[in-house]
Design a protein around this ligand. Structure first.
Ligand SMILES: [Cu+2]
Length: 137
């Protein structure tokens, strides 16, 4: 029955077209998702101790910065500006969650500023400053 064969061949052709379209749609969707994921992976500071412009008691202090993404600690840096304007690099400890960096400092009363620079999972570096005071309220 040549008629039935022709119909079968036409259907195969249609199915291949539909498959090709679906693969194309999958590719576009995958690219869109990858793009969105990259944008979200940018490290944005969500909260910190000390908070920006906070006053902390002088003495031993645990500094903690939490981001919206995983952080590469080895390629991130914390720099503290002391009341005399000199700077000191603070070691980033192996503590806290993957989205958090932690350091410890022993601070006399005065004005400080903590500069953070972090590398996020998408390979992008972001930075910011957290000015704060060690002293009595
Ligand atoms: Cu990024």
């Amino acid at each position: 029955m040549p008629g039935a064969q022709a119909i079968l061949q036409m259907r195969r052709g249609e199915m291949q077209q539909v498959t090709r379209r679906m693969l194309g749609l999958f590719a576009v969707t995958a690219l869109t998702l990858a793009g969105a994921g990259k944008a979200q992976a940018h490290a944005i500071l969500l909260d910190s101790t000390p908070a920006i412009n906070a006053t902390m008691p002088p003495g031993k202090l645990t500094l903690q910065l939490r981001y919206n993404s995983r952080i590469d600690r080895k390629r991130s840096r914390l720099t503290l500006t002391l009341p005399d304007r000199s700077t000191q690099i603070l070691p980033i400890m192996d503590e806290g969650g993957e989205d958090t960096i932690v350091s410890h400092a022993d601070l006399p009363a005065g004005q400080y500023s903590l500069r953070w620079q972090v590398l996020a999972v998408d390979g992008h570096i972001t930075r910011g400053d957290i000015p704060f005071t060690a002293g009595e309220h």
